[in-house]
Design a protein around this ligand. Structure first.
Ligand SMILES: [Zn+2]
Length: 529
């Protein structure tokens, strides 16, 4: 097989440990192992906000001339910064009959449903995480957990101790408390929120407002916290100093406790008391609209778009066809309302069925050399040398020499094995419902778009959802009620959008209302204005 390699150089990638050299090295190694002949090498450089695509264009032209049969790239996300662009590029190449092999998914047939699905999810998560967490370059969540490290964005009220500090004499050395979570400047607000809530005098909504007044902003969206976000804060055991891992459970971590056990338990008791009551969401202001372009009006068939009124309240609304506009009874809905419906109908129910998950895991299980041990050994050695130097046991020149030698050995190791990351992707997929309340609208939008093709709104209520074909496996379970269902045809095809007259409106799909938004009652319609 003749192949071209594609490397996208990025200053950010270098920070993440995916230096262009490491990428190239990994690609050459893969080609040698698989007896693939590399006939051309392309690369692009990305700097700051600009992305040049000359190398990519040249590669496309060569692909059109059938100069090679496959393209090797390091990681699907290396194709472009933006998931949508990456996907389009891959589609373009595949249409030319050129296989795209990404080293993170070498055994996955991209044309299979699992391949399609995983690739899509992978891209969305890359986009969401690569900026905010950067975890996917790390040796793995489990390893971090075993080391007692907190993984991910620190909860509000914490900051992470930087990895390195610069000595007085200008030498950079590892911080002895690297990665520890310590109270940030907003920690007092979090403590006070716990105290307030424990008194029983405040609801989570009250706390939302109070916290917003204190200037507290969500880590993800940068907007005021919603009630669901406040509830998460009040139940987050990280404030007790614990870290958790999906399969390993919980343990005391390298996290300075912010709240004592007694206060935490009091708050949990209050939360349980109130759980039966209906929570209300705090007003949110969105700059992006997660469902824009996905919502279609059942009454007139046009799409709904987001807008924000002068009071800062955001809505989705139908702009109706022609001069008469939409004929539907309810032509707009608060964004919180519709996104809440999607959260309940789709996001909370997202899961891979066992068969799909197994197929994906099988496809991912490749032969991966065990370089991890060696990497960890070298990293420990590096720390030890730094400690020795710090304690004055070795001379500076000695230290620098040893450090450089270890660093060189580390650099010579192939990149961190990737299948681990795929496990993380699968794990995160199961946990995505927990992320949703804090997700920035852009991330929500990326997620919704990767899963859904269309959402039908009738009288302000979502009555049908059409998943994207490649996401069918994750979404479809929630569209399969036990009994016969008007949105399914007898052959069992998934739900499809149907334009229905109000008279024929089945209530089958209407979700149970939550969040105190009785949307179909006339009183609520006026309240929406
Ligand atoms: Zn309409």
């Amino acid at each position: 097989m003749r192949a071209a390699t594609y490397v996208r150089e990025s200053t950010r990638a270098q920070e993440e440990g995916f230096s262009p050299d490491a990428q190239r090295q990994a690609l050459e190694q893969y080609a040698a192992q698989q007896s693939v002949e590399i006939v051309a090498r392309y690369s692009d450089f990305e700097s700051g906000t600009k992305e040049t695509r000359e190398g990519f264009q040249q590669m496309l032209e060569a692909a059109q001339a059938h100069e090679f049969d496959a393209i090797l790239c390091f990681h699907t996300s290396r194709f472009a910064r933006d998931a949508e662009v990456a996907r389009r590029a891959k589609r373009q190449l595949r249409n030319l009959g050129v296989k795209v092999i990404a080293l993170n998914l070498p055994n996955l047939d991209p044309e299979s449903p699992e391949g399609h699905l995983l690739e899509g999810i992978s891209e969305v998560l890359d986009e969401h995480y690569s900026r905010q967490l950067g975890w996917w370059t790390r040796a793995g969540l489990r390893e971090k957990f075993r080391q007692g490290k907190f993984v991910g964005v620190p909860p509000l009220g914490y900051r992470r101790v930087p990895k390195k500090i610069i000595d007085d004499d200008g030498v950079e050395r590892p911080h002895p408390q690297a990665d520890r979570l310590v109270p940030s400047e907003v920690a007092p607000i979090i403590r006070e929120a716990y105290r307030k809530y424990a008194t029983g005098q405040f609801s989570t909504t009250d706390l939302c407002i109070w916290m917003a007044e204190q200037g507290l902003r969500s880590t993800y969206g940068g907007g005021p916290l919603a009630a669901s976000g406040v509830r998460k804060i009040l139940g987050n055991r990280a404030y007790l100093g614990y870290i958790k891992h999906k399969t390993e459970g919980e343990r005391p971590g390298d996290v300075e406790p912010l709240i004592d056990e007694a206060l935490f338990e009091e708050v949990q008791a209050r939360l349980r008391e109130r759980r039966t009551g209906s929570g209300t969401s705090a007003p949110k202001s969105f700059r992006a609209y997660a469902l824009t372009g996905l919502l279609r009006c059942a009454a007139c068939g046009t799409k709904w778009y987001g807008y924000t009124d002068s009071g800062g309240r955001s809505y989705y609304r139908c702009y109706g066809p022609g001069s008469r506009g939409c004929t539907g009874e309810i032509k707009f809905r608060r964004t919180d309302n519709l996104e809440g419906q999607i959260e309940e109908m789709v996001i909370r129910n997202l899961s891979l069925d066992a068969a799909t998950k197994a197929a994906v895991v099988d496809a991912l299980r490749g032969r991966q050399p065990d370089f991890e041990k060696e990497r960890r050994r070298l990293e420990r050695q590096l720390e030890r040398e730094a400690d020795l130097y710090r304690l004055g046991d070795i001379e500076r020149d000695d230290y620098l020499q040893r450090r450089d030698s270890i660093k060189a050995q580390l650099a010579a190791l192939p990149p961190v094995p990737l299948p681990l990351r795929q496990q993380q992707v699968l794990d995160t997929l199961d946990g995505i419902a927990d992320l949703w309340p804090e997700m920035a609208p852009v991330a929500r939008k990326a997620l919704c778009r990767s899963l859904l093709k269309e959402i039908v709104v009738q009288d302000g209520v979502i009555t049908a959802i059409q998943p994207r074909p490649e996401a069918m496996a994750v979404v479809v379970s929630l569209l399969t009620p036990p009994t016969s269902h008007p949105h399914r045809d007898p052959a069992g095809a998934p739900a499809r959008r149907r334009r229905r007259t109000p008279a024929s409106t089945g209530r089958c799909c209407r979700r149970r209302r939550g969040r105190g938004e009785p949307a179909s009652r006339p009183a609520a319609r006026t309240a929406e204005r």
